[in-house]
Write a protein that binds this ligand. Sequence first.
Ligand SMILES: C[S@@+](CC[C@H](N)C(=O)[O-])C[C@H]1O[C@@H](n2cnc3c(N)ncnc32)[C@H](O)[C@@H]1O
Ligand code: SF4
Ligand code: SF4
Length: 390
Amino acid sequence: MHVMIIPTMGCPANCSYCWSSETTSLCMSTKTMDDIVEWLKTFKKEPVTFTFHGGEPLLAGYEFFEYSLDKISKELSDLYPAFAIQTNLWKMDDKLASLFKKYEIPIGSSLDGPQELNDIQRGVGYYEKTMKGYEIAKKHGLDVSFISTFTNYSIKHKEEIFNFFKENGLNMKIHPALPSIKSHKSDNFALDVEDYGELLLYLLDEYLNLADVIELKNIDHLCKAVFMRKGFVCTYVDCMGSTFAIGPDGSIYPCYRFVDMPEYVIGHVSDKPSYDDLMSSKAELLLIDYKDFVDENCKDCKHMDYCRGGCPYNALTITDNRVECVDPYCEAYKMILDKIDNLMNENLNLAFDELNDVVEKDFNFTLNVGLENQHSKNSKKFTVMDIALK
Ligand SMILES: C[S@@+](CC[C@H](N)C(=O)[O-])C[C@H]1O[C@@H](n2cnc3c(N)ncnc32)[C@H](O)[C@@H]1O
Ligand code: SF4
Ligand code: SF4
């Protein structure tokens, strides 16, 4: 289970395309944290990953994190808690960094590329503030990777952005800039579907030579998903019932993207709702309708098992909260999944041809479809299979 904790929707930044920053916003109290822990003691007995998200989670301050991490680790130890945080890093300091190191918390941050480009679409001076926090995190040995949000502006500079991450040894995850259900602020930045597909194809092509130099999480996940025939990130799984987000006041939502939208509140931690209570809420029933819609509408798609219609939030955004279509990035997903599937089949066919040759010659053979499979490399250093097996 994935529980996203949103200590605040407030943020000192105001990125041009962001749907979730508010200038004034409540900060979660330690009393709400107590309620979260009490609720989870009775909710579901399965391992939980807690992700602190926002808004800007570091605004909650050192004491909040010290209290929360200690409490969750001690009182919910039977849920084997793991932690992660998504932050712009502006408020990172030595004290917070050593606390996060104590719990080995992986950090996700946000940087859209080189300074000028980042500051054009996030805000002036933002690059420097994030990099300052990054240096502190790095000094404390924290594992940091960056989300680069591609907009219809930055997509024109995709090579420059990718080279920036590569040359600076920064791990990268990409987001397509999306419209929002909450406001039209991000509409003009939204990344076009075909551009997103082309971007994923470009990154895969680069990665097949550079998988030992940089980590591209989206491509790792997609290759693994095609190989294992199941999704590994929320976009490509039935997230309903396995992901929950808790807003600053203790309201529970199906995902952080819905926080602060009253129609998507599915319960409150202080009421200690059961799993069945949450799943019978209006918003979860809407998401279950979405799942049924995907079962019907994607049934002829070969990628159905590891795409699952993409992200319901993306789909609901463009239909004004009605279940009428799958994720609008469907065509982009098909472009990259078709490519990976074809390359993987080529790899496997070559591996089986090789196996046949060896079987004919010698019964003491080894099946070699992993890192040492030289035949299917097509002049690239790595194969999609190498990436899937990373
Ligand atoms: C909403 S922020 C919250 C955490 C933190 N403040 C940060 O910036 O990393 C999480 C991520 O969502 C991305 N984001 C914001 N608005 C977006 C949009 N309209 N479409 C896609 N991603 C967006 C941000 O760039 C950031 O990487
Ligand atoms: S993307 Fe993050 S840093 Fe930027 S305004 Fe949104 S919440 Fe704040
Ligand atoms: S690629 Fe498109 S059609 Fe196929 S499962 Fe995903 S959303 Fe459905």
